[in-house]
Design a binder for this molecule. Structure first.
Ligand code: OAD
Length: 228
């Protein structure tokens, strides 16, 4: 079976009602990124940061995987699919994708701010994390999210996965955030590369661009791939 790596970003979940970051009306227009998604923001006002992610988690719990997520699961019948996502939602997993790597962390997990940085699942029945919510060793819990200025622990695993793929598909990312955006450069030379996005995204020329939203775009992609 051919390997197919899918790099996904916020646009993948847009049709599920989850806000993107940099589109008009996106999250970074409403919330100053340095206040809610940096270690400095956390030091300054942990309650504000926790509130921001509590809202994201609530939105996620009210959302469902969209047709695009489901079609990527269907494509597992034909390809060995690895999803490398910048998204912190769990919609790929809930749709049924079997291999999902999260580059920027996961909303439904939290971790200890103490030594060891142990990671815990968030209880769906009590999804809010507040100042004073502690891990069993007594340290404050923080979102299990990679903030700006923090290292991306999964980047080497992701680069390895991309370097082995036979086909690369990029869906719904503005490719503005590094190191994630640099992953495309790890693909072998000459393999087919597809990009699905309703808006223009700066990439080099030998990319097959499908200028559509995720679900419609993945239908089109599937038709092309099954003839490859
Ligand atoms: P962006 O908000 O930067 O980009 C979203 C992309 O999705 C844009 O290119 C849109 O055109 C596209 N898009 C919008 N609607 C779509 C649809 N229905 N179908 C397909 N594409 C659509 O989001 P990311 O590139 O994912 O990191 O952002 C990368 C990182 O920046 C995020 O992981 C987040 C953010 O800061 C952290 O919070 C650490």
């Amino acid at each position: 079976m051919k390997k197919l790596v899918v790099l996904t970003g916020a646009g993948m979940s847009a049709e599920s009602g989850i806000s993107t970051f940099r589109d008009a009306g996106g999250l970074w227009e409403k919330y100053p990124v340095e206040e809610v998604a940096t270690p400095e923001g956390w030091q300054k006002n942990p309650a504000l940061v926790l509130d921001f992610y509590n809202q994201r988690r609530k939105q996620l719990l009210d959302s469902k995987p969209n047709e695009g997520h489901k079609q990527l699961v269907e494509l597992e019948k034909y390809f060995d699919i690895h999803i490398v996502t910048q998204n912190v939602d769990n919609l790929h997993e809930r749709a049924g994708s079997s291999k999902v790597l999260h580059l920027h962390g996961e909303l439904m997990k939290v971790r200890s701010t103490g030594y060891g940085q142990e990671v815990f699942d968030v209880d769906k029945a009590k999804p809010e994390i507040n100042v004073g919510d502690l891990c069993p060793k007594g340290y404050q819990l923080r979102p299990h999210i990679v903030w700006f200025g923090e290292s991306v622990p999964e980047i080497e695993n992701a680069a390895e996965i991309v370097s082995q793929t036979d086909v690369l598909v990029i869906i719904g990312t503005s490719l503005q955030v590094y190191p994630a955006a640099g992953l495309v450069n790890y693909a072998k030379r000459g393999i087919p590369v597809f990009l699905i996005d309703p808006n223009e995204v700066a990439v080099n020329n030998d990319v097959h661009i499908i200028r559509k939203g995720a679900s419609e775009g993945i239908w089109e992609l599937a038709k092309i791939l099954l003839e490859l």
